[in-house]
Write a protein that binds this ligand. Structure first.
Ligand code: SAH
Ligand code: SF4
Length: 441
């Protein structure tokens, strides 16, 4: 059957969609890129904010109206449960985030409507990848036990579970054998790897580098796999920014000089209410510890504006923290109450116009700061992994440096363009807030 997966939400969803594609292809189905060619369309949904959920559910509704066989997967399914069929009465099937591995079986059975919210098929999905490409996401930790006050992720993605290190290492080896050069290790809080359950078995050999923490030890093991030139991970938490982690950054050149460290707020009062388990000062100390390794280390973050009770003073504390931390990039979210979370019991008292204003202020700050940070790189040489022609201008090539910054440069005339996954040295000639402009050496 010809099928297509549409993905909303985070990188974890991108990874889950890829796993479904791989399992469907293995079951003999054909992946197509145009919706009109697809007989089956699967929508992978997000529910982290109300708007995100509405988009995905709305998309599924349109597909149903267009007469496609339609499946919904991902976080919104788990939140809605059986209600998903009152929202979408003609939906063919719905599977929660840990049940995506069942999709080929559900399609083969052909008994609709069907709802699966369990964990059957999870391990199969976790290790399935589509062949091709130089980059791959690898999920190392599923679920989350942090229970930040505003967040629905623990309800929909379930308890935290670290995949065994042996399984992860075997998966990365197989990816490297297929030509993958960059892996991005995924989890809601990857520095908690091996905390809720042991990731390293009793029979695993001791770490040659003497790492005792599970995550740095995993970095060491992956850095030892031939062919893997870059290792990224997301998301991190300040509590995991230990000396051992810093040592792993220093010792393994494959570990990219980038850390995504969501801060959410710069106000201690709001951070405490959110249950983030760090103060502003602790957060800034973690950033300083990591940047001590390398002042050019790229630090990116997530911030929520308009959290219940967020005053102008709290907001200004967030602004000043963002300047002090010197974020290279930031993702700003307007607070959205999620049913059943602790903060949803509080009045959502920052008006929408004010949330929007705060959002715009932080975006403008980030433009200025991004430009300042990027300007420091002018004149340096970046090692860039080629992604392909630039989206805006096809005569240019685009790729990313180790800090995950986008670098764009003119493709040299008369030479074959470097392939996706090739590494080239590019001299940075100019800087924009979100992009670096380069010249090939
Ligand atoms: N596990 C990651 C974040 C996962 S959710 C971490 O803790 O680092 C991605 C981002 O969505 C969060 O960092 C937060 O900024 C935002 N977010 C989560 N719940 C939200 C809500 N209810 N309203 C607005 N933004 C939210
Ligand atoms: Fe949500 Fe907090 Fe878990 Fe991140 S760490 S997924 S914000 S509960």
């Amino acid at each position: 059957m010809k099928f297509l997966v549409h993905t909303y939400g985070c990188q974890m969803n991108v990874r889950d969609s890829e796993a479904v594609e791989a399992l469907m292809i293995a079951a003999g189905h054909e992946r197509v890129s145009r919706e009109e060619d697809a007989e089956l369309v699967i929508v992978n949904s997000c529910t982290v904010r109300q708007k995100a959920e509405e988009k995905a559910v709305g998309k599924a509704g349109n597909l149903i109206a267009a007469g496609k066989l339609t499946g919904l997967m991902g976080c919104a399914v788990k939140r809605l449960g059986a209600d998903v069929f009152s929202r979408l009465p003609k939906l063919d099937f719905a599977v929660g985030p840990r049940a995506a591995g069942l999709i080929p079986k559900i399609v083969a059975d052909g008994r609709f409507p069907r709802l699966e919210l369990g964990e059957e098929g999870m391990s199969e999905a976790l290790s399935s990848h589509v062949a091709g490409g130089a980059k791959a996401f690898v999920t190392i930790l599923v679920g989350c036990d942090n229970r930040c006050s505003y967040c629905i992720v623990p309800d929909v993605r379930g308890h935290e579970y670290s995949r065994p290190a042996r399984e992860v290492v075997a998966e990365v080896r197989a990816l490297a054998a297929r030509g993958v050069k960059e892996v991005c290790l995924l989890g809601q809080s990857v520095l908690r790897y091996g905390v809720a359950n042991a990731a390293w078995g009793a029979s695993d050999a001791p770490s040659p580098g003497g790492y005792s923490e599970a995550f740095p030890r995993l970095l060491e093991a992956i850095a030892g796999i031939g062919g893997i030139r870059r290792i990224r991970f997301t998301s991190a938490h300040p509590r995991g920014c230990t000396e051992e982690l810093a040592r792993a950054f220093r010792e393994f050149p494959q570990v990219c000089r980038h850390i995504h460290l969501p801060v959410q707020s710069g106000s201690d009062r709001i951070l405490a209410d959110m249950g983030r388990r760090y103060t502003r000062a602790e957060y800034l100390a973690a950033v300083a510890r990591m940047r001590a390794l390398d002042p050019a280390l790229s630090v990116t973050t997530d911030v929520i504006v308009g959290y219940p009770g967020e005053t102008e003073e709290d907001f200004e504390a967030t602004r000043s923290l963002m300047d002090e931390a010197g974020f290279d990039n930031s993702f700003i979210f307007k607070y959205s109450p999620r049913p059943g979370t602790r903060s949803a019991a509080k009045p959502d008292d920052v008006p929408p116009e004010e949330k929007e204003r705060r959002n715009q202020v932080l975006l403008a700050d980030q433009e200025r700061r991004g430009l300042e940070r990027n300007r420091r790189l002018v004149g340096t040489v970046a090692e860039v992994m080629v992604e392909g022609p630039s989206k805006r201008n096809a005569s240019r090539l685009s790729g990313r440096d180790g800090g995950n910054r986008i670098v764009v440069w003119e493709a040299p005339e008369g030479e074959p363009a470097p392939r996706e996954g090739a590494f080239v040295n590019v001299r940075i000639a100019d800087a924009h807030p979100q992009t670096l402009i380069g010249e090939v050496q």
